[in-house]
Design a protein around this ligand. Structure first.
Ligand code: AMP
Ligand code: ZN
Length: 142
């Protein structure tokens, strides 16, 4: 897509600190470096978000993530773990609308990454959960 910043990175029209690329994906340092080594993995094909993947592209992209994650982890003995984050839609904090996966190395409990979601389990009865379950199951396609 012409005006997409990540498509421009794929075409090398704007610079990036690329750490891996092949015919399907490109992985490059996130400019924000939430923690050192913070990397984005993107499909070279422009798709906006998770809702637009077909099974083949999903398999191709996801299958490449572990080896990129392992390389990042191996690059620094202080990396103790990694969060993999994928934001979809503005409400979910997506700011670049070319699908991407954040690989965020974790160093300590007080490094610069946090992810918080509340535990609302006390607000849901088994019936409520059953309704949610059924509704989603009804929408699972092929
Ligand atoms: P998200 O908020 O999930 O859409 O993440 C978009 C990410 O893209 C942010 O973490 C930005 O720091 C990052 N970003 C934006 N422009 C660039 C760029 N030119 N090179 C590398 N990372 C970028
Ligand atoms: Zn794009």
């Amino acid at each position: 897509m012409k005006d997409c910043i990540f498509c421009k990175i794929v075409r090398n029209e704007i610079p990036s600190y690329t750490i891996y690329e092949d015919d399907v994906v490109k992985a490059f340092l996130d400019i924000s470096q939430g923690t050192p080594g913070h990397t984005l993995v993107i499909p070279k094909k422009h798709i906006a978000n998770i809702f637009e993947y077909d099974p083949e592209l999903a398999a191709q992209v996801f299958s490449r993530i572990p080896k990129i994650a392992r390389a990042i982890k191996a690059s620094n003995p202080d990396i103790k773990g990694m969060n993999i984050v994928n934001n979809n839609g503005q409400i979910a904090y997506q700011s670049v609308f070319h699908s991407h996966f954040h690989l965020v190395p974790r160093y300590t409990t007080h490094d610069d990454f946090a992810m918080i979601f509340k535990d609302n389990s006390n607000k849901y009865s088994p019936d409520d959960l059953k309704k949610i379950q059924t509704n989603i199951i009804d929408h699972i396609g092929d």
